[in-house]
Design a protein around this ligand. Structure first.
Ligand SMILES: Cc1ncc(COP(=O)(O)O)c(C=O)c1O
Length: 388
């Protein structure tokens, strides 16, 4: 199998699994128990908290472990809304992950007001529009750092500065960032930041929310006193331990991601753009993660390409989401002004540290004929100009 879908999830690193296994087998103590068997689990959670704090260049006490990136995103927004009930407005963008979009839509149905910032054809927001969108009753601004579909990066430091100057809380969904960009939570100036372990060669079902020291915070999951009363529920000890090890690896992988993986991504992208006619890149070329390439193929449906790639053992994905049987074009590409045809013809290749040059070459050898075959079977349409 050739795995070019690392923005969807990543392979668990063997050393992550090794670190986790004792906590799934013999070390099954509850970190809240007073006896030493439980203390051992609590110590493992403490160590992992320090490891992820190192990744974020923050204090261990600023980390709250959660069940996933989605929970972290929901928690930041809910905390802001719960603490200041008079502020019923939030600002986000049209290209966020569904963990923000669907939550925002749900809040809008419950009487909150949401400003959905537009993006330009590169997938970037206008900072003046952000300034204008923030109001006296804005509870929180939530904008992602790296887009999961296109890899496009928002200028988080500048956004944080704008929010600070307007005295509004700022949350960033940084789920796609670790291992690809350096993170320094303090220097960024964010109030909240979300991560998810399974995007950095850790296990699924564990995430974290960074909450800047001094920021007022209200728990979302209410129960026991875990996470210093900030998130109820017995800790996923093995998952958290795996997250800690994965955080160490993410720091070690930064160089490889930004040199070798970036070069592989560029080779893949440039060769496809040169070898196959009617292909366009979606999203800014430069303000982008080093591992992601989102390309639209004129006159073909992405699903056709993905099925034929799958027959060759190649995993990639389309920006489309399959909702109750109907294939919706990517909301990200549509927000960028792409036609429905262009959005439906888009494929995301997201590489990772386990990918090799020979895997990229295998794709390059096979993709042109796959696209030709599909085009021969479908009616041509002008991808670049068609608006529908
Ligand atoms: C940008 C972004 N935010 C949030 C999430 C959700 O993370 P999780 O799968 O841990 O809930 C994802 C996962 O695809 C993502 O890519």
């Amino acid at each position: 199998m050739i795995y070019f879908d690392n923005n969807a999830t990543t392979q668990v690193d063997p050393s992550v699994l090794e670190a986790m296994l004792p906590f799934l087998r013999e070390q099954y103590g509850n970190p809240s128990s007073v006896y030493s068997f439980g203390k051992h689990a609590a110590n493992a959670v403490r160590k992992a908290r320090e490891q992820v704090a190192d990744l974020l260049k923050c204090e261990a006490s600023e980390i709250i472990f959660t069940s996933c990136g989605t929970e972290s995103n929901n928690t930041a927004i809910q905390s802001a809304l719960l603490l200041d009930p008079d502020r019923k407005h939030l600002v986000t963008s049209k290209v966020e992950h569904s963990a923000i979009i669907k939550h925002g839509e749900s809040l809008a149905r419950r009487g909150y007001e949401v400003t959905w910032l537009d993006v330009n054809s590169d997938g970037l927001i206008d900072l003046d529009a952000l300034q204008e969108a923030i109001r006296d009753d804005t509870a929180i601004v939530s904008l992602m750092w790296a887009n999961n579909e296109t890899g496009v990066l928002f200028p988080i430091e500048e956004i944080a500065a704008i929010c600070r100057s307007k005295h509004v809380l700022f949350h960033t969904d940084a789920v796609q960032v670790p291992g690809k960009l350096k993170i320094d939570a303090k220097a960024l100036g964010v109030d909240f930041l979300s991560l998810s372990a399974h995007k950095l060669h850790g296990p699924k079902g564990v995430g974290l929310l960074y909450v800047k020291r001094g920021i007022k915070y209200q728990p979302y999951i209410i129960g026991g006193g875990q996470e210093q009363g900030r998130r109820g529920g017995t800790e996923n000890v093995a998952g958290i331990v795996g997250f800690g090890r994965a955080a160490e690896l993410a720091m070690a992988h930064l160089k490889d991601e930004n040199t070798r993986v970036r070069a592989l991504r560029d080779r893949l992208e440039n060769r496809i753009l040169n070898a196959v006619s009617g292909v366009v890149r979606n999203g800014a070329r430069d303000e982008r993660l080093p591992n992601t390439s989102n390309l639209s193929f004129e006159g073909v449906e992405a699903e056709g390409i993905l099925l034929l790639l799958d027959e060759l053992g190649i995993c990639a994905s389309s920006g489309s989401a399959c909702t109750s049987g109907s294939l919706d074009p990517s909301h990200v590409l549509i927000a960028m002004g792409c036609s429905v045809a262009r959005a439906r013809g888009s494929i995301r290749f997201s590489l990772g540290i386990y990918n090799t040059e020979s895997e990229v070459d295998f794709l390059l050898k096979n993709l042109p004929s796959i696209v030709s075959r599909l085009r021969a079977n479908s009616r041509p349409q002008n991808l670049l100009t068609a608006k529908s």
